[in-house]
Design a protein around this ligand. Structure first.
Ligand SMILES: Cc1cc2nc3c(=O)[nH]c(=O)nc-3n(C[C@H](O)[C@H](O)[C@H](O)COP(=O)(O)OP(=O)(O)OC[C@H]3O[C@@H](n4cnc5c(N)ncnc54)[C@H](O)[C@@H]3O)c2cc1C
Length: 499
């Protein structure tokens, strides 16, 4: 068994490569370890990936980034959730905000109390009990660092320019001793005895030896697939979109602190407001829409002047069968791809980095640890996959062949069980380790029109007047919180204007 790990080689300088380089240089340092990153300007990066979810604040926190500086450097705006338009049926919209709904009491989730209330004739607008949704609807944001325990916290993430984020992290990592090499990898040499990666060779003949290799080479999976051949699990029968066309346009209004996901004839369109422009893309299935037509439709629907030609991308939804194989880990697009509906790809990069740091090999590559790592990553991908499928499966739409297909397609048993549980008692019984918790499922499934038959029996224990009072208190705290916030635009101008 190979025992010493000193030289870490990262192949690829997109978001995945530079996130890994930044985190490893910060946590492991570059005294005991050398960290070398190889990237190729000739190949370039995927150039998309602008919406994130709240755990990104933890990643930036581990790096010790100043959040205002990070936002300025990446032209970032705030994201408080996602607005889904036309998903249930054309003309309908709902929101999946970050954070919880209401506040827990009596030891059960808030949605149980709220369902009791609605079934007795209360207002069915669940967003009234989300501070994030109310702030987003009012176009407001501020960091809730006042420590007032009586007012709700506002959970947030960012929209940012992915290329600027990678460039920012590159400066961070290089300043901490990471060596950056420009060049195209043309060969990978495996050890004759054990099949581990010994070295990579660049087009100009340079050979880079390493002990641990991180494959951040994008969809091609240069090391994990092309050299080690781990195989790919294809999930496109559940998530049939397989292409995207992306195109930024000029900003025409103050940025809203929300991602918009607008269902279209053969998929959906994203609209992501940054400080200096708006990101747009149409994610679709080419069985039902030609790429040229998808680009035309996207252009017709832009609300500002196009700023670049259409960027066409192809993908197969799924994951590498092993994320960690021998002395190679895959991150980002090299490890698999789940469409960007819930902005989970950058998050999964972060998950792989933090699991690698937690299980970092000390005396060689221990099969038990690697097996555990792979099991956990498989689980993370699978649970996120199910959550994304649920958005399609629960539609009322059958107005195009695409929507008819997703409405009637077979789904994994794990998701069937969750939907059944939700229909019966308003909870999906999410496991503790799942990224998406009960409130996330509730926002989406209720938004899609699923109204549970029942709720937890403890919700009936409280006297009706007490329940009424408690709901009024929660609601009033949300109103007070949102009233005290500046507008999102004022927040950006004051703290982190980069435009
Ligand atoms: C349509 C679409 C929309 C998306 N939207 C979101 C989103 O909103 N939120 C989100 O979290 N994620 C999103 N993602 C995913 C996100 O873009 C990626 O997770 C992220 O950018 C990481 O990409 P990467 O670094 O793995 O790959 P890439 O950006 O493709 O980088 C690959 C790197 O490898 C290098 N390379 C490749 N081959 C070689 C070689 N032979 N020699 C040397 N270097 C090489 C390239 O030069 C490049 O530097 C989206 C993805 C797509 C396709």
């Amino acid at each position: 068994m190979r025992t010493t790990i000193r030289d870490i080689v990262i192949v690829g300088g997109g978001t995945a490569g530079w996130m890994a380089a930044a985190a490893l240089s910060k946590v492991m340092g570059t005294q005991r370890y050398t960290i070398t990153l190889v990237e190729s300007d000739q190949i370039g990066t995927v150039g998309v990936g602008e919406a994130t979810i709240p755990p990104i604040t933890l990643f930036n926190g581990v790096l010790g980034l100043d959040e205002n500086e990070f936002m300025r450097e990446t032209n970032a705006t705030i994201k408080l959730g996602i607005e889904f338009q036309n998903w249930r049926r054309p003309g309908h919209s709902y929101m999946h905000p970050f954070g919880m709904m209401g506040a827990e009491f009596s030891g059960i989730g808030f949605t149980n109390h709220w369902l009791r209330w609605v079934k007795a004739g209360g207002d069915p607008d669940n967003l009234r009990f989300s501070a994030e949704a109310q702030a987003a609807l009012a176009g407001k944001f501020g960091r809730t660092t006042d420590g007032n325990p009586n007012l709700p916290k506002i959970n947030y993430a960012f929209h940012f320019d992915a290329s600027l984020y990678a460039a920012y992290l590159r400066r961070f990592a290089v300043a901490r001793g990471v060596t950056r090499l420009e060049g195209k990898v043309v060969d990978v040499t495996l050890g004759a005895e054990d099949g581990y990666i010994d070295s990579i060779t660049l087009e100009d003949g340079r050979v880079i030896r390493g002990d641990l290799f991180l494959d951040c080479s994008g969809f091609r999976g240069l090391l994990i697939e092309q050299a080690l051949g781990v195989g790919y699990e294809d999930w496109s029968r559940y998530l049939p979109v397989n292409r995207a066309v992306a195109m930024p346009c000029a900003r025409v209004e103050d940025p809203v602190p929300l991602t918009r996901a607008i269902a279209r004839e053969a998929g959906w369109q994203w609209r992501i407001p940054l400080q200096h422009r708006t990101g747009n893309g149409y994610v679709y299935c080419d069985a039902w829409l030609e790429p040229d037509r998808a680009a035309e439709l996207l252009i017709e629907r832009l609300d500002g002047e196009a700023q670049a030609p259409p960027n066409h991308l192809r993908f197969v939804t799924g994951r590498r069968k092993s994320c960690w194989e021998k002395n190679c880990l895959s991150l980002g697009l090299a490890s698999g791809f789940l469409e960007p509906l819930e902005s989970t790809s950058i998050h999964l990069i972060q998950v792989v980095i933090s699991k690698l740091l937690a299980l970092f090999p000390k005396n060689g590559f221990e099969p038990l640890l690697i097996a555990r790592f792979n099991r956990e990553i498989e689980r993370d991908f699978t649970y996120i996959r199910d959550f994304i499928i649920a958005h399609y499966k629960t539609t009322d739409r059958e107005d195009t062949p695409f929507w008819a297909y997703v409405k009637h397609m077979e789904i994994p048993d794990s998701l069937t069980d969750k939907l059944e549980s939700f229909r019966r008692r308003g909870e999906v019984q999410a496991e503790n380790f799942e990224l998406f918790k009960e409130p996330n499922w509730f926002y989406v499934l209720y938004g899609q029109g699923l109204v549970p038959d029942d709720y937890h029996p403890v919700a009936d224990v409280m006297a009706e007047d007490d329940l009424k009072l408690r709901l009024a208190q929660i609601r009033s705290a949300i109103v007070q919180r949102v009233q005290g916030l500046p507008t999102h635009q004022a927040f950006l101008e004051k703290n982190c204007s980069g435009a």
